[in-house]
Design a protein around this ligand. Structure first.
Ligand code: CP
Ligand code: NVA
Length: 338
């Protein structure tokens, strides 16, 4: 059995709720498999590993990339995707999450969930009897980080030792997942954010222990001058995540100094710096929310300037495309049917 085969055997039938669920070896396996599936898709070679299967896609929150990646991945893998939005099923309203999980598990071969409480996806996974994949909760966004890792590997050629600075809301779902995943695979992860937005002690402790095992490094700091020089990757996300829309005034005041702009790129001192963002991004006034924020607070860009977003450093659309290939790898590898 090759390393890849044995990692696959270990993943079969397993859920993916946070990066804590998979080992360093398993994460590497998924990234490698995603690259392989990407090359098959580009070459037009069929890869219908989930032929005849049915996959439920549960969404309490809106989504462009995650929904489309799961849907297209299902289609490419030969499975049928059934989208179940927040008004479509009773989830937690007239039927408990536990009973819903039991019912869906009788009909579907896998379940994706995007929503608010992380406990909901845990409850689904505990009672569905089929793999459950977290498509984003308030706390974690693990499938995003698989795409981020594939993008970094494509651009920099490796993951171990890569210095990634996450700047912005340092305790959001993306930051939490990058911190855990990056620590596990031996990256040098720096969360650069005001003290009030530091990740939880529990996550910092977990990541620190993982980094000790993997040879990685963790830094959580409010000082840009400590985090950014020498960065290989600068990553940011929206300052106000879905579900906390009342926080714009507070976050703009806290996070304007952490905006990814030309000065921050220059501070990295790296001409080959890679800029990443999970998207959607507020980098101009071509969105309703961007226009509202401009009217109320007078700013035209938030977490990243349009200059950086459009620059040679930006690989955000490769990153978005890689959601498809990594989600496909995840579904194929955890599929319990082979
Ligand atoms: N990055 C991401 O999860 O995008 P969506 O919210 O569009 O799914
Ligand atoms: N932190 C963001 C990620 C969106 C993909 C949010 O939760 O809204």
């Amino acid at each position: 059995m090759t390393t890849i085969d044995s990692a696959k055997a270990n993943l079969s039938g397993r859920s993916f709720l946070t990066l804590k669920d998979f080992s360093e070896k398993e994460i590497h396996y998924l990234i490698e498999l995603a690259g392989y599936l990407k090359s098959m898709k580009k070459a037009g070679i069929p890869h219908r590993y989930l032929s005849g299967q049915n996959i439920a896609l549960l969404f309490e929150k809106p989504s462009t990339r995650t929904r489309c990646a799961f849907t297209v991945a299902c289609s490419d893998l030969g499975a049928h995707a059934e989208y179940l939005g927040k008004h479509d099923i009773q989830l937690g309203k007239k039927e408990s999450v536990r009973d819903t999980a039991a019912v869906l598990g009788r009909m579907f071969d896998g379940i994706e969930f995007r929503g608010f409480h992380h406990e909901t996806v845990e409850e689904l996974a505990a009672h569905a009897g089929v793999p459950v994949w977290n498509g984003l909760t308030d706390q974690y966004h693990p499938t995003q980080v698989l795409a981020d890792f594939l993008t970094i590997k494509e651009q920099i050629g490796k993951l171990k030792g890569v210095k990634l600075v996450f700047t912005g809301d340092g305790r959001n779902n993306v930051a939490n997942s990058l911190l855990i995943g990056g620590a596990k695979i031996g990256m040098d992860i720096r969360i650069c954010t005001p003290k009030e937005l530091f990740p939880s002690k529990e996550i910092i402790t977990y990541a620190t222990e993982e980094a000790q095992q993997s040879g990685g490094n963790i830094m959580v700091t409010e000082k840009i001058a400590d985090a950014v020089p020498g960065a290989d990757v600068i990553y940011t996300d929206v300052w106000v995540s879905m579900g906390e829309e009342e926080k714009f005034a507070e976050r703009i005041a806290q996070l304007l100094p952490y905006q990814v702009n030309r000065k921050m790129v220059e501070t990295s001192g790296n001409d080959h710096l890679v800029f990443l963002h999970c998207l959607p991004a507020f980098h101009d006034l071509h969105t309703q929310v961007g226009k509202d924020v401009h009217q109320k607070f007078g700013i035209t860009e938030m977490e990243v300037t349009d200059e950086v977003f459009q620059s040679k450093h930006s690989f955000v659309f490769d990153q978005a495309e890689n959601r498809l290939h990594t989600i496909k790898a995840l579904m194929a590898a955890t599929n319990g049917k082979d």
